[in-house]
Design a protein around this ligand. Structure first.
Ligand code: NAD
Length: 354
């Protein structure tokens, strides 16, 4: 059966970086059917809706969604319902994407881009698995009300064991495709909810005897990520801790144009997108770094289509172009060769053919 990819270039640099990712997928010749649709500001301009029905239909029937980025100053003053970000939230919700996977990889050639010492981060390769649909961000009751004559704010942290189990499985399965280590992050010394988190992770572990499970309190995890980040392979945690730790891990690499991400549902259908935004300041100039989007396509091959060899081929090609010295402006250093978006895509295609 033909595998269908819904391609959503979006706004700003989205169409430029997506064109390169699509060229890479086409060059691999894996028989994908790719269909493009509108999401974000471009969809508002064309239809008045940031997530139009035609896009919803395509996204639901496709096996995977590859997204560029949405948003920009042009749409910032629109009513909330019409903002491009609404399209993004809408598609994430509709597709039931509960698992967010964000690798933080620092290629040795880019070690100077990090604010940490090169020896601490060079060769870093970790994966943060964040639960995306539960936790204190969605828990009820919540609100701000007046109690005893003063304002009182409250939220509720909760997880059911089935929610913990399903994100735990994603982490264990991902570790099996990597270095077979999972570190589960919680705050079990203070929060009962995360005591349950730890218990359920421990209950799952015997099903994955080939994967080593360890636990860490979130405050220590935040410290360890900047002290000795290379000790981690897969880090799994809840929505709020994951929100914070995944941004911290991303910044270890120092180069936003290099970071892919995946959000998966229970059947490994996924939405794949670079971690950066639509970069309106450089849109249309042909200078954006397409590598985060190309690496997102590699994640799609790995997690939705189970094509590990093809994923590694793409990642290997990216490593090669960095070793060859090609750099877009965002990762440029003296002594390397500055290229634009299309030339970077050309270099990846050439490296794929080697
Ligand atoms: P941004 O990530 O778009 O840009 C931050 C800085 O990084 C800019 O200087 C930009 O030029 C640079 N940059 C980002 N990606 C790059 C790339 N691939 N190559 C080279 N340089 C790159 O964040 P922002 O400026 O805060 O947001 C701009 C717009 O993007 C806003 O409308 C925001 O809402 C939207 N946004 C969208 C998403 C998404 O679609 N998932 C995520 C974040 C922000």
């Amino acid at each position: 059966m033909t595998k269908k990819i819904c391609v959503l270039p979006g706004d700003g640099i989205g169409p430029e970086i997506m064109a390169e990712a699509v060229r890479v997928l086409e060059a691999l010749d894996l028989g994908f059917e790719m269909e493009t649709a509108l999401l974000g500001g471009c969809a508002v301009d064309a239809t008045g809706d940031p997530y139009p029905e035609a896009t919803q239909k395509l996204a639901q029937e496709a096996d995977a969604v590859l997204l560029g980025a949405v948003g920009g100053p042009k749409w910032d003053s629109l009513p909330r319902e019409q903002r491009p970000e609404r399209g993004l939230l809408g598609i994430r919700k509709q597709l039931n994407l509960f698992a967010n996977l964000r690798p933080a990889i620092l290629y040795p050639e880019l070690a100077n881009a990090s604010s940490l010492k090169p020896e601490v981060v060079a060769g870093l390769d970790i994966l943060i698995v964040r639960e995306l649909t539960g936790d204190i961000y969605f828990g009820q009751p919540r609100g701000i009300e007046v109690r005893d004559g003063e304002r009182f704010g409250f939220n509720t942290m909760h997880y059911s064991e089935s929610e913990i189990r399903r994100i735990g499985r994603v982490a264990f399965e991902a570790a099996r495709k990597r270095n077979k280590k999972v570190c589960s992050v919680d705050k079990m010394n203070v929060l009962e909810c995360t005591q349950l988190w730890r218990d359920v992770m421990n209950e799952l572990a015997p099903e994955y005897p080939d994967v080593e499970l360890t636990h860490m309190l979130v405050d220590n995890a935040a410290m360890q990520l900047v002290r000795a980040p290379k000790q981690f392979d897969v880090l799994v945690t809840g929505n709020m801790f994951g929100d914070i730790l995944s941004d911290e891990a991303a910044m270890l690499t120092g180069s936003i144009g290099m970071l892919p991400s995946a959000s998966l549902d229970a059947n490994n259908k996924g939405l794949y997108e670079p971690s950066h935004g639509s970069a309106p300041d450089i849109a249309g100039k042909g200078v954006a770094n397409p590598l985060a989007t190309i690496l997102s396509a590699a994640m799609m091959l790995r997690y939705t289509f189970n094509m590990e060899a093809a994923a590694q081929k793409v990642e290997g090609a990216v490593k090669k172009v960095l070793a060859q010295g090609y750099r877009t402006g965002d990762i440029f250093e003296p002594g390397t060769t500055k290229v634009g978006t299309r030339q970077m895509g050309d270099a990846v295609l050439a490296a794929l053919a080697l």
